[in-house]
Write a protein that binds this ligand. Structure first.
Ligand SMILES: Cc1cc2nc3c(=O)[nH]c(=O)nc-3n(C[C@H](O)[C@H](O)[C@H](O)COP(=O)(O)O)c2cc1C
Length: 77
């Protein structure tokens, strides 16, 4: 049997890992309310979501988050 570790698995286990976002989503100045919705991968949001949160200026925004998952709860997300 050959076992391989996927790129996603490596990224998800490295806390400093970040994924580049192709589209510039950083200008949210016209929005007051921001909902960040994501799947749960290995117990946490995909690293792309970490990049997004790093990028966005959320100061003064009302932020809500939600997730889909195969069963893992939201406690680590
Ligand atoms: C790489 C990867 C890791 C995942 N890790 C988890 C996990 O740790 N816990 C969990 O409940 N679901 C996990 N899932 C399932 C996703 O959360 C689920 O596919 C996603 O919420 C979308 O739901 P759907 O497949 O029904 O459309 C994972 C899926 C992928 C692709």
């Amino acid at each position: 049997m050959i076992l391989t570790v996927t790129h996603t698995t490596i990224e998800q286990h490295q806390h400093q890992s970040r994924v580049v976002i192709q589209n510039d989503l950083s200008d949210i100045s016209n929005y007051q309310n921001v909902i960040i919705a994501h799947p749960i991968w290995w117990g946490i949001p995909p690293r792309l979501i970490a990049t997004l949160i790093d990028t966005l200026d959320l100061n003064g925004k009302k932020v809500a988050t939600c997730a889909t998952s195969g069963g893992t709860g939201y406690f680590r997300s």
